[in-house]
Design a protein around this ligand. Structure first.
Ligand code: SF4
Length: 176
């Protein structure tokens, strides 16, 4: 039987930037024609793509604990990264959260979904937490979520509950 203690579980990460400031930063990165052009150029140049992705990783890892899933959910989770949940749940917490809001796997820290709710609510974005997130496409692991976003690949990532988001596997994964 496999010893799961050998794995290094992700750990809930408390973002280093307030939710309000994060939403402001997001508006700087908002998709436009220039960013889309840049994304297209970068995808044609593997070396530049790797450098750009390394910069994205360095900044988002430090600020948000980013795990480079390539399909960023931060704008709908109060900028608390759900991939730092040990179970990497994308649609809310598991049933193991303690009454004090602590993580079941890492009881020394608070559940990232509790952080998400508090941060989103503080920024007036609590309703985002009711959106349904599509399943993670692991083929995107390590790829740039900014480029994917600028290329319009995240448009249907979160939909109102009751509708079904398309599976990412129905799409082309660029560069693979
Ligand atoms: S790209 Fe994925 S892993 Fe990185 S911050 Fe966004 S949701 Fe988290």
């Amino acid at each position: 039987m496999e010893d799961y203690r050998l794995y290094s579980w992700p750990k809930p990460f408390g973002p280093r930037v307030s939710a309000r400031r994060s939403y402001q930063l997001h508006s700087v990165l908002a998709e436009n024609r220039v960013y889309r052009w840049l994304a297209t150029v970068l995808e044609r140049q593997p070396r530049m793509y790797r450098v750009f992705t390394a910069v994205e990783k360095a900044s988002k890892e430090r600020l948000f604990g980013c795990q480079m899933c390539g399909q960023c959910e931060l704008p709908t989770t109060g900028y608390a990264c759900p991939m730092t949940c040990p179970k990497q749940l994308r649609n809310g917490p598991c049933g193991g959260v303690s009454p004090q809001g602590r993580c079941e796997v890492h009881p020394d820290v608070r559940c990232v979904w509790v952080l998400a709710y508090e941060r989103a609510a503080a920024a007036g974005r609590g309703a985002d937490l009711a959106l349904l997130q599509r399943p993670v496409d692991h083929r995107e692991q390590g790829r740039s979520s900014w480029i994917n976003y600028w290329q319009g690949r995240d448009e249907d990532m979160a939909v109102p509950a009751g509708t079904s988001p398309p599976m990412r596997s129905e799409r082309e994964v660029v560069g693979r």
